[in-house]
Design a protein around this ligand. Structure first.
Ligand SMILES: Cc1cc2nc3c(=O)[nH]c(=O)nc-3n(C[C@H](O)[C@H](O)[C@H](O)COP(=O)(O)O)c2cc1C
Length: 142
């Protein structure tokens, strides 16, 4: 049974370095997480990061302990940590979920533009929507 951890943290990256630092974070996350069989998503919303990590519990907890030490964010708080029936981001080592950037969940991007094309079917699964809503809510609490 997979384990899912969702945490929120406060961004410490100066605005002029944000683009390059985020590029570096996604690049490392995608290759490292793939190796550890961890999937998930990272939302960037203004000053807040909200990240979902899914995988084997010990691997997820080890990765969280590692990420927690990163000086590019602070004030980490775990929002949820529990066993789950299934992964919801099984296709993404680290999906990018951003309100103003370029989300790389293609169908989600379509939805943000006013709905996926009929041929594309459902933009996201209800299970993904539930986790994504939770992540967006967490970023708003500020
Ligand atoms: C918000 C945020 C999310 C991150 N997510 C991941 C992640 O999912 N996987 C990962 O390997 N590193 C992630 N990192 C980067 C790690 O903290 C760390 O820099 C990276 O794993 C390289 O570690 P190393 O220099 O010890 O090899 C994240 C960093 C931040 C600030």
């Amino acid at each position: 049974m997979p384990f899912r951890l969702i945490y929120r943290s406060h961004n410490r990256i100066p605005a002029d370095q944000l683009k390059s630092e985020l590029g570096a974070i996604f690049s490392v996350a995608r290759s490292q997480n793939k190796k550890a069989d961890i999937t998930g998503a990272l939302l960037i919303d203004g000053d807040w990061f909200v990240q979902t990590l899914e995988g084997e519990e010990s691997a997820v907890r080890a990765l969280y302990d590692h990420i927690e030490k990163d000086k590019r964010h602070e004030r980490l708080s775990v929002i949820d940590a529990q066993d789950v029936e299934d992964r919801v981001f099984s296709r993404w080592s680290t999906a990018r979920v951003s309100e103003d950037g370029q989300p790389d969940i293609p169908l989600l991007m379509n939805r943000d533009k006013g709905g996926a094309s009929p041929a594309a079917g459902r933009p996201t699964t209800p299970e993904q929507d539930a986790v994504l809503d939770r992540m967006r809510e967490a970023a708003k609490v500020g």
